[in-house]
Design a protein. Structure first.
Length: 198
């Protein structure tokens, strides 16, 4: 029996998850090499998301490379990522019958702003972030930690992510999985697991 549903943030609760499309558009706009921009973003993100670097340094280092104000870069990237209000509304409905968790590879000052803005602490029973655990998906230990915090067995969970590389560890623990593509597909797959969504 399913007792908990765990959501990824980037690409599930946010509209855009990766940096590729943003990097191409932004590089073209500012006249920089898109591959170089992607490398700078990922290098800094990889450190900041597990607190090997203060998250504010992510914005500073990338904006220095771009030669623009870091506040402008931060605003542009966060706005580009967007937010799926329909997914949040669904999670609020699911919360009536299931425990709900958020499991995200993210940097602190960005995700904490999102948590505050959308009052996610009031929505999710558990929020597990890579910057807090200093472990990033697909490391299986961050999945184990989330399940432990939820107080359920992994076999009683559904895990939802838009990135294929994050699915195997959840599967190894015995979770049911949904590879997120769009909102309608998410609802259909939840229903296929006999989840009440209304």
């Amino acid at each position: 029996m399913i007792k908990a549903i765990i959501f990824d943030y980037g690409g599930v609760l946010s509209i855009k998850g990766g940096f590729s499309s943003f990097g191409e558009i932004y590089a073209s706009k500012l006249g920089v090499d898109p591959e170089e921009l992607k490398r700078v973003i990922i290098d800094n993100w990889s450190k900041a998301r597990i607190s090997k670097m203060d998250s504010k340094m992510f914005w500073l280092n990338v904006s220095k490379f771009l030669k623009i104000d870091q506040k402008i870069f931060r605003k542009d990237l966060m706005e580009f990522s967007g937010f799926r209000y329909e997914v949040l509304d669904l999670i609020k409905k699911l919360k009536k019958d299931y425990k709900v968790g958020l499991l995200s590879n993210h940097i602190e000052d960005w995700l904490e702003e999102i948590i505050a803005e959308h009052k996610l602490n009031e929505v999710f029973d558990v929020i597990t972030a890579s910057y807090e655990t200093k472990i990033a998906k697909p490391d299986i230990s961050i999945f184990k930690e989330t399940v432990k915090r939820l107080g359920v067995d992994a076999t009683e969970c559904i895990y939802i992510d838009d990135m294929e590389q994050n699915i195997p560890p959840a599967k190894e623990l015995g979770m049911k999985m949904i590879l997120f593509k769009n909102f309608e597909q998410l609802k259909k797959e939840l229903i296929s697991f006999s989840i009440k969504i209304d």
